[in-house]
Design a protein around this ligand. Structure first.
Ligand SMILES: CCCCCCCC/C=C\CCCCCCCCCCC/C=C/C(=O)SCCNC(=O)CCNC(=O)[C@H](O)C(C)(C)COP(=O)(O)OP(=O)(O)OC[C@H]1O[C@@H](n2cnc3c(N)ncnc32)[C@H](O)[C@@H]1OP(=O)(O)O
Ligand code: FAD
Length: 642
């Protein structure tokens, strides 16, 4: 099963080897539990480990393999980030995709050797979503052949970029490029922020940390202002766009090609979210098979809480989602790598499809991951609320994904633009022009669903039902939009009035893609036992998901009330079938105790003893009487007693 999850036997084996090596290297372990550290201590601890990794990484992993890097990162540095998180996740990808060969030769080897640390500085205090209204300017000075970076007012301060505040000395900065008074829109520039020897901010740069956040507190998300700060013309990233010395602008082959670093993260973060969901579920499911509370049959001893159907219903559909996200994420990464290669050689024809797909997936996956992790926390009762479970930290980190790389509603609306264009093709009789991901929009469906009507139909009827609801909602939302425009509404006003319906269409389309990716994967599996276990999980997935969106299929009679009862019964049936495999389905992800960082989710199940040990190690317990008591509470009580 690990081979299915991680993509191959070799990958699963490599993960095990890497975990085993890390287990033998105490210098790479947390020196104490992260929840007991202050933010400064955590940052220090993380930087300490990063420097060891820089020295020893080659002995542990193949540093050119992103999957191995990511595993190393999760084991050693953990989910809460590190002082170089953005360096690997966005700075290097931005340079790789957007810098010319000459620029890459100059900067990439230095970045890869970690001579410099970089980040991606785009969002500002006043604008994150609406990139056209970013306010930082890069004005070309023809006389000196330099760009002058400037922050005209407080809302133009860069705000949020990870590791910008304290760690990075370089950044890819996105600014509006102005040449001879003409604004060419946001463009990426390579900018040195700090002196390479002293690490002091360079003159003309204001920089710092934005303060503690809901989670990710090892990352120094920062602010950045420029006061007429000059950089050479050749620091504009010029793989696709060029500015000649005389100010001539050569436009890129696609207007949004400079957004590739964002698409990179949107594509890669899906499996990251799956890992966080599976981690939280692994903790909750293991604990649920240790925790005994109450009886189902009063004549029997107390049961493991995992025996309760409500507990299974809380956890198991999310186990199915974690697998589904992992499989859909793996497909998306492959597609992204393919499109990136094509883009580099000038073929930009697949960019719109990739953008639509990653926008929808990013939104649905982060939202459902958040839901699943929060349910996992609640499923652990009181101990889930303790930082000893570590689930709240996983939740805080995962939920950030709903906002970064494009706020979820906004990204769903991006996919909706693509769906509405596709609907227009269907309506004008041009269904043959639909791309493969939306081809179903042009296919006439049966009048009613055949779920439970055709024996041994596998998942086909389920997929058709998802297709039906997705198609119907897309066409309905598009009709609403076109109808408003026909009545004379301006395009943008009409769009806003339909946006809730449009986003519903985007979610349904994305959920269909996720179901299809799960079905594709299960169909490929040769090993009978693995196929059986995953088929059970897929049964739970399709029935649970369909029940969740049933109103869309009920309102036009595509599904009947009796079919709905059948679907509900199937959910209960598969909860029971999955129960014996539940812990194994999560243990198969092979998270080590080092990586999980959870007292509740320990592999050995020795929860109570270790919870007590953990509590005793709290800094508050170093002394029996705290100074808050001697200084305030004790005098108060004494005064009251007089
Ligand atoms: C030991 C060391 C360990 C290191 C480990 C490294 C290992 C790495 C491996 C794995 C990585 C794992 C990843 C895990 C990650 C977690 C880390 C967390 C880091 C978090 C970092 C966060 C960073 C950020 O948030 S950066 C800032 C992101 N900001 C946004 O996303 C802004 C959102 N807004 C937008 O994108 C745009 O404004 C917009 C799309 C909403 C609108 O754009 P605009 O230009 O205004 O558009 P408009 O003129 O209206 O035109 C719209 C048309 O353009 C089309 N379009 C838009 N975008 C694209 C695109 N990208 N591609 C193609 N087409 C695009 C759009 O469809 C419209 O087309 P139409 O035809 O007109 O409909
Ligand atoms: C943990 C974290 C890490 C980050 N890292 C980085 C980084 O490294 N580099 C970087 O540059 N940035 C980074 N960001 C910033 C992030 O990319 C932005 O916060 C994000 O893109 C959302 O933009 P915003 O904050 O402007 O939200 P807003 O756009 O102000 O969103 C507020 C509300 O308005 C709604 N809204 C906005 N526009 C529309 C619209 N057109 N239609 C409908 N609704 C709309 C949204 O849906 C939301 O409900 C990070 C953010 C976080 C939380």
């Amino acid at each position: 099963m690990a081979a299915q999850i991680w993509g191959s036997e070799k990958r699963a084996r490599r993960r095990r080897e890497i975990s085993a090596k890390i287990a033998q290297m105490p210098e790479l372990h947390d020196s104490k539990p992260l929840p007991f550290m202050t933010r400064e201590e955590k940052i220090m601890e993380s930087a300490r480990k990063l420097t060891i990794l820089t020295e020893k990484m080659g002995q542990i992993i193949d540093p050119t393999d992103p999957a191995e890097l990511y595993h190393l990162n999760n084991e050693v540095l953990g989910l809460e980030g590190n002082p170089m998180a953005l360096h690997g996740v966005m700075f290097i990808p931005a340079l790789s995709a957007q810098a010319s060969d000459e620029q890459q030769a100059k900067w990439l080897p230095r970045a890869l050797r970690r001579e410099i640390i970089g980040t991606y500085a785009q969002t500002e205090l006043g604008h994150g979503t609406n990139l056209q209204n970013l306010e930082t300017t890069a004005t070309y000075d023809l006389a000196t052949q330099e760009f002058v970076l400037h922050t005209p007012q407080i809302t133009a301060l860069k705000w949020w970029p990870g590791n910008l505040g304290k760690s990075s000395n370089y950044a890819v900065v996105v600014a509006h490029m102005i040449i001879k008074a003409k604004n060419y829109g946001p463009h990426p520039f390579m900018v040195q922020l700090r002196d390479e020897k002293t690490h002091e901010p360079l003159p003309g740069i204001t920089i710092g940390d934005i303060g503690p956040k809901m989670a990710y507190n090892i990352v120094d998300n920062g602010f950045l202002g420029f006061n007429k700060y000059r950089i050479p013309r050749t620091n504009l990233l010029m793989r696709h766009t060029k500015v000649e010395a005389d100010g001539t602008y050569i436009k890129p082959p696609h207007a949004k090609i400079n957004y590739s670093a964002m698409v990179h993260v949107r594509a890669y973060m899906l499996t990251g979210q799956a890992i966080m969901l599976a981690s939280a579920l692994n903790i909750a499911t293991r604990y649920s098979s240790v925790r005994r509370q109450g009886q189902i049959d009063k004549s029997q001893p107390e049961v493991k809480v995992l025996e309760y159907q409500t507990q299974q219903h809380r956890l198991f559909p999310s186990i199915a989602r974690a697998y589904a996200f992992q499989f859909a994420g793996a497909e998306t990464v492959k597609l992204y790598e393919h499109v990136l290669k094509e883009m580099k050689s000038g073929n930009v024809s697949l960019m719109a499809d990739l953008h639509a797909l990653t926008s929808g997936l990013k939104s649905v996956v982060t939202y459902q991951t958040g839901e699943g992790i929060e349910q996992a926390r609640m499923a652990c009762g009181g101990h889930g609320y303790s930082m000893a479970s570590y689930i709240s930290e996983i939740y805080g980190v995962a939920i950030g994904g709903c906002t970064y790389e494009g706020e979820n509603m906004v990204m769903l609306l991006q996919l909706a633009r693509y769906l509405v264009k596709s609907a227009a093709l269907v309506k004008s009789g041009q269904s043959s022009k639909l791309g493969p991901l939306v081809a179903y929009l042009g296919v006439k469906s049966e009048p009613t669903s055949l779920i439970d009507r055709i024996p041994n139909s596998g998942f086909t009827e389920y997929v058709k039902t998802f297709q039906h609801v997705s198609k119907r909602q897309t066409l309905k939302a598009a009709d609403m939009f076109f109808g408003l425009m026909e009545k004379g509404e301006k395009r943008e006003i009409a769009w806003n009035k339909c946006s809730v319906e449009l986003n519903r269409a985007s979610r349904l389309h994305t959920r269909l893609f996720i179901v299809e990716a799960f079905v594709r994967r299960v169909n490929e599996i040769a090993d009978i036992r693995i196929k059986e276990a995953l088929t059970d999980l897929l049964h739970l997935h399709v029935n649970y998901e369909l029940l969740d969106i049933a109103s869309y299929a009920l309102e036009d009679g595509f599904l009947s009330a009796s079919q709905l009862d059948y679907i509900r019964d199937q959910v209960y049936l598969y909860l029971g079938k999955i129960r014996p495999n539940a812990v194994s389905l999560l243990d198969s992800w092979e998270f080590s105790d080092i990586e999980l960082r959870s007292v509740l989710g320990r592999r050995d199940g020795n929860v109570y003893e270790n919870l007590f040990k953990w509590a005793k190690s709290s800094p508050l317990n170093k002394t029996d009487v705290l100074s808050s008591v001697t200084q305030y509470l004790k005098p108060m009580m004494e005064k009251a007693r007089l």
